[in-house]
Ligand binder design. Structure first.
Ligand SMILES: [Mg+2]
Length: 254
């Protein structure tokens, strides 16, 4: 009888204190989290999600309050890690492709094969309005390093017998400096490098790039994959069977 009473007392006590206990446990776990994830970081994380998914649509500069966030993202491990995962996904898919003998993979150049991070680090990580003249001066230097994950993917695709095409929004007059930069960064043996010619001036990137992909389709190529840091590299028509979007929270090209 006494034992039953003890059990009843304990049960009553537990019922009374359990909500307090669970509340304090939740507080214990959420407080440090809130401490480490500031409201600003939380916002910029959500903002980055919206630009990578293209939910944000067209935008010209990154939010002022996200400059440090974008800097940390681009210069830290996260950008490298995200790019590596995209390359891994691309390779996983490429291994499943049945080769036809006319197998193509289309790569964009800037922020896909070559990284212009040294330029953007000197120009506010996308917080300043795009300045064509200063960017073209940087391009003339042919000093952009490779994106290591994309170089790995590029080399493995070539080993698999897939023909690589490069399709960039850079102008035809920049062909020599672009080729020089690509070679110095470790890329070689591309089948063709498409640049904007006189007839491509003024076209939206997605239209210009679709037209060039269509030329490959007309030549009988099957475009198995396409890699780019902009949605305009991947959308439109004559799109690849699979498109792979690389991260780029610094700028947007329609
Ligand atoms: Mg690009």
């Amino acid at each position: 009888m006494a034992s039953d009473q003890t059990h009843l007392t304990l049960l009553l006590l537990f019922t009374l204190i359990s909500p307090i206990l669970s509340h304090s446990i939740i507080q214990q776990f959420t407080k440090p989290l809130l401490h480490f994830t500031s409201a600003n970081t939380l916002y910029c994380d959500s903002w980055r999600f919206s630009v990578e998914t293209n939910d944000a649509g067209s935008w010209s500069t990154i939010p002022e309050k996200c400059i440090d966030y974008v800097k940390d993202y681009m210069t830290g491990d996260r950008y490298t890690s995200d790019s590596e995962v995209v390359a891994d996904d691309s390779l996983e898919y490429a291994k499943t492709v049945e080769l036809t003998g006319k197998d193509a993979w289309v790569f964009d150049v800037d922020e896909t094969l070559l990284s212009n991070l040294p330029y953007y680090a000197d120009n506010g990580f996308g917080s300043q309005i795009y300045d064509e003249e200063s960017f073209n001066n940087w391009v003339e230097m042919s000093e952009a390093p490779s994106l290591p994950a994309s170089l790995r993917l590029y080399n493995e695709l070539e080993e698999m017998g897939i023909t690589v095409f490069l399709l960039t929004g850079r102008d035809e007059y920049q062909r020599n400096v672009t080729e020089k930069n690509l070679l110095q960064a470790g890329f070689s043996n591309w089948k063709k490098l498409f640049l904007r010619g006189t007839s491509d001036k003024g076209k939206a990137a997605s239209v210009y790039k679709s037209e060039k992909r269509m030329e490959l389709v007309d030549e009988g190529y099957v475009i198995h994959g396409c890699s780019g840091d902009q949605w305009s590299d991947l959308s439109g028509y004559a799109v690849a069977t699979r498109s792979f979007k690389l991260p780029n929270p610094m700028y947007y090209i329609a």
